[in-house]
Design a protein around this ligand. Structure first.
Ligand SMILES: *Cc1c(COP(=O)(O)O)cnc(C)c1O
Length: 362
């Protein structure tokens, strides 16, 4: 008998490598765009006290009504528009693609961009088409227009700002893509608190536009909570493939609690935006750093001397600092590393480790 994997697991799944997440360990962890800050002690106490009331023996409110109301307000969802919540925005990507998947249909996104767009496309049996960004990681509008007309993609994903490059694509180019796209255009605003630019206000103008947000990069990555907003009928359909209790009681409770104190998260974001500018400047002064890409997110992509990414990445790890080596992705990301903006102390330690690592590697 054939091994069950060979006989039954779809070939395109067998061909994938599992999404690799390194063990947390004792690193200064600057690889995953996490917020380094926790809440002030009195707020933590208040939260712990409030958790007593959570009825963990009951199923959660399937529509997460209180939380949805609060998120609509905080995220400026225009009146009359639909909202669906996901277990992180990853699950929202999956819901949308499950709702549109059909053999022969395609998903499109610029490349490099967030890897989940192509991975989830494959999970649901759709073809993924990546359109290369230009030299400065800006949208190649001409190539996008041609590809959209030829391929008629069911969904186009645009991360705004883009991960892993950190830049905000040109607004007019995005507008044009939304106008000519035959299917949905998802503007993924995972880094909204750092970019402070949005397409949320454009929703009333475009039926095919969906705007995605997450609380992960706001400092709540452990909760797994994302939101997709769009024209009501479209969102109602996407909502049909959602599993009934996808937002658990603890997530609903914790998010509702902390969003009542949104100023705490806002202050943290402001401080990270400030640290990002400092880190950008410091990186520019380091020998062996060839180029630092401007960023509107909470991470910075930088290019180093050709062929040294692997050694530098390992050198940083040896010194206790974990960042992300983008070089294995190849293409435009060859020789690139990505660092998440941490606390001032973490950033200081990263710069110090980078200085010694570059001195020994280069
Ligand atoms: C981090 C990230 C997400 C993932 O968000 P979750 O809500 O944690 O699933 C989505 N999109 C982009 C572009 C990201 O960088």
């Amino acid at each position: 008998m054939e091994h069950p994997v060979r006989e039954w697991i779809r070939p395109e799944i067998q061909a994938l490598s599992a999404y690799h997440v390194p063990d947390p360990g004792d690193w200064i962890k600057l690889d995953a765009m996490e917020n380094p800050y926790h809440w002030p002690e009195p707020l933590q106490q208040e939260w712990l006290e409030s958790v007593r009331k959570v009825e963990i023996n009951r199923y959660p409110d399937p529509a997460a009504r209180d939380l949805t109301t609060q998120l609509r307000q905080i995220m400026d969802v225009p009146e009359g528009h639909g909202v669906v919540l996901g277990n992180g925005s990853d699950e929202l990507i999956q819901m949308l693609l499950l709702a549109v998947a059909e053999p022969g249909r395609t998903v499109m996104a610029p490349e490099p961009s967030f890897v989940m767009y192509s991975m989830i496309s494959r999970f649901v049996g759709m073809d993924f088409i990546g359109i290369p960004l230009d030299q400065e990681f800006e949208l190649d509008l001409e190539a996008m227009v041609v590809a959209i007309e030829r391929q008629q993609p069911a969904v186009i994903f645009l991360a705004y700002p883009n991960n892993p490059t950190g830049n905000l694509f040109d607004r007019a180019a995005i507008e044009k893509i939304i106008q000519i796209a035959p299917g949905f255009v998802v503007v993924d605003e995972a880094y909204h608190v750092f970019a402070e630019e949005s397409f949320m206000g454009q929703l009333p103008r475009h039926e095919n536009l969906l705007v995605m947000r997450t609380v992960s990069k706001m400092g709540l990555a452990g909760l797994r909570l994302g939101l997709m907003a769009g024209e009501r009928r479209c969102v109602d359909e996407i909502n049909k493939v959602r599993l009934p209790y996808n937002i658990n009681v603890l997530t609903q409770h914790a998010a509702t609690f902390i969003l009542q104190h949104a100023e705490v998260l806002n202050e943290q974001a402001a401080s990270l935006r400030q640290s990002r500018e400092e880190l950008l400047e410091q990186l520019q002064g380091i020998p062996g750093v060839v180029k630092v890409y401007p960023s509107r997110a909470n991470f910075i992509l930088f290019r180093i001397a050709p062929g040294s990414a692997g050694a530098l990445f390992e050198g940083l790890k040896m010194r206790g600092v974990l960042i992300k080596n983008m070089d294995p992705a190849g293409g435009a990301l060859t020789d690139c590393l990505r660092v998440t903006v941490g606390s001032p102390e973490e950033n200081r330690q990263f710069i110090e480790a980078l200085l010694t690592a570059t001195a020994s590697v280069l």
